[in-house]
Each structure stands twice: as C-alpha cells, then as structure tokens.
Write a protein that binds this ligand. Structure first.
Ligand SMILES: O=C(O)CCC(=O)C(=O)O
Length: 316
C-alpha cells in the first residue's frame, strides 16, 4: 500500500506474528526505493503521543524568557531558536542557523545502564510524557530494526547488536503558522546521521523528501509515524538501504510540530558495512569509522546533505 504521494504505508499489526515475512519484504522495498515509509499499528500508544505533542506545544507557546531557562548547552541538548542566533550575547551550538526553526532536543533514553541521560534539559512539565514516549518509540524502533535485519538476510538482532547500547534523542521542531510577509524558520535539506528515525507530525503537512531528483511533499497518514533510514544504516547495509535527504517547513493552515526520535548507535560503535553482506561480488562501498568521533565532527558542521555517507563512501 502507498499513500497518494507514493510513499509506502506499512501496517505493522502482525509484526510479531505470521505477517513478519511480508512486513520484512515491504520494509526492504521501501528502504531500498525511498529510504522513507509510514508505519501504522506501530504499537506506540496514541493517547501518549497526543499528550506528549500537546506538552511540547504548550512549551513552545511559553514566553521566550521561560524557554530560555532551557537554552541549548554545549552537548547540543535544550531549546534553540532563530532569535538565539540573532542575539550577539548568546552562545550558539550546532545545527541552528538564523533561518532554522525553533526546536528542542534531548537524549531521553539510553540502553547503556552505565550512562543514563541527564534529563535536566527537559522541562519538568514535559518529563514524564517524554520519558514514556521515548520508551515506547524505542521499543517500536527496535521491532522495525529487527525486521530490517531479517530483510537483509541477517539475524533479527544483528543490526541492534552492531549499533551497541543505543541512545534515543527526541527533537521537537516548532513551525508557527506561516503568515504573509513573515518569515518563519524551516529545516534545510539534510539526511539524518544515526541509525533509524521516527517522525510524528500528525495531520499537518510540511515534510518533503528527495526521491531521485525531485522533492515529494509527504501527505500525512492518520496516526502514523514516518520512518526513515539514516546514514549509519545506509553504510551498515553497504548501500542497499538508502538514507534520503529531506527538509521540514511550516504550513499556512495551522501551526506545526514534528516530534522526531533518533535511534543513535553507541559512541563506541564502529560504523561500516556488515561483514555478512560482503563477498567478491559485493565489495565494501564504504570505509568504517567510530560513530562517536565522526558523529560529533559532523554535528558541529550543521545540517546539510548526506555528510556521513559521503565522508565514508569509497570512490570507484
Ligand atoms: O519537521 C519535519 O518535517 C522534518 C524534521 C527533520 O527532518 C529533523 O528534525 O531532522
């Protein structure tokens, strides 16, 4: 099944039952052709999603001086907005430019028992929802990763094991209503760095993805997450799955919020093609790199293109 714009829609209702084989095939096809797909019946509680979304909107509606209490710190966690960039007295950290939308980012869950997230950048009113949301989204991401492993002909746990104990970061982007003559921040074209990304933006359009040489405006699908293959997964799959460039914007009809969950490999993980996928007819198309070091370097240079994939690509 696909939505009107052609982006595949995959029903995960039967992912832990006899439908697994069919779901794996659909996920493989979507990851190869689009790098993007919608998932429905994903197992994340819809009421929890809406409560989390409402809590973020309430935060973004607060007066600026309140939001400044959670200003982004050097580890890239916290709130940021174009006005931070226009204020000469404020420190600026990664990913934001004067034209980027207002957003908040925090690591909300770690699979490493020795390295739990600090959580101080998450406003207390949001914390219980965000933590519960992160828990459910992470479990859903790991179900999708297992299906992707099987689709690649690997053990169900192969990708997750290779990524090591993941951190899950949540980024909420806020796009106010677009009004004539007023510029609102957007997110420029980029691909995502980590392994797999889930985006929930509900019914308001604004996400565009690059398919071949054209930009496709993604038509929202009710209650669905949009899943995308990110750079690390393209590299691990030796280019079989593709991470697609995309960009985000607001709407003239309604304010828009997108909640984006990044499943990030452990900083110690080596990101390179899986050995099981290589042979004489399938030589490695990418070099290997340490995720912590390389990821940090790329994050500091900001959002653009498919930086990680291109940095590791072996020419020829
Ligand atoms: O808001 C959107 O639709 C895009 C969000 C996104 O690409 C991101 O946060 O990395």
């Amino acid at each position: 099944m696909s939505s009107e714009d052609g982006v595949p829609v995959i029903d995960l209702a039967d992912i832990q039952g006899p439908g697994l084989e069919r779901i794996c095939e659909q996920i493989a096809k979507a990851s190869e052709e689009w790098g993007f797909f919608h998932i429905v019946n994903h197992g994340v509680d819809l009421d929890l999603i809406r409560r989390t979304q409402k809590a973020y909107i309430d935060f973004f509606h607060l007066p600026t001086q309140e939001k400044r209490k959670y200003m982004m710190t050097a580890d890239f966690e916290g709130w940021s907005s174009p006005e931070v960039y226009n204020d000469p007295d404020l420190m600026k950290f990664g990913l934001t430019t004067a034209k980027t939308c207002e957003f908040m980012y925090h690591v909300a869950l770690s699979r490493d028992p020795n390295q739990q997230p600090a959580l101080s950048t998450i406003p207390p009113a949001l914390r219980p929802m965000v933590l519960e949301f992160a828990k459910e989204v992470t479990a859903a991401q790991e179900r999708v990763l297992a299906a992707m492993s099987v689709a690649l002909g690997l053990d169900a746990s192969a990708l997750q094991n290779r990524f090591g104990p993941a951190d899950v970061g949540i980024r909420a982007n806020y796009y106010p209503l677009k009004r004539e003559g007023k510029t609102v921040g957007e997110l420029p074209a980029h691909s995502d760095l980590p392994a797999i990304v889930f985006l929930f933006a509900d019914k308001v359009p604004g996400l565009e993805i690059r398919k071949d040489e054209r930009w496709v405006r993604v038509k929202p699908v009710a209650d669905a997450f949009v899943v995308n293959v990110a750079d690390c997964l393209e590299v691990l799959s030796n280019g079989r799955f593709r991470s697609a460039e995309h960009r985000g914007a607001g709407s003239e009809a309604e304010e828009r919020i997108s909640m984006v969950s990044f499943y990030m490999p452990s900083k110690a993980a080596t990101i390179g093609p899986m050995d099981e996928l290589l042979d004489e007819t399938h030589p490695a198309r990418f070099r290997s790199a340490n995720f912590g070091q390389m990821g940090l370097e790329l994050l500091s240079t900001g959002l653009k293109g498919k930086g990680f994939v291109e940095a590791l690509r072996i020419e020829g």
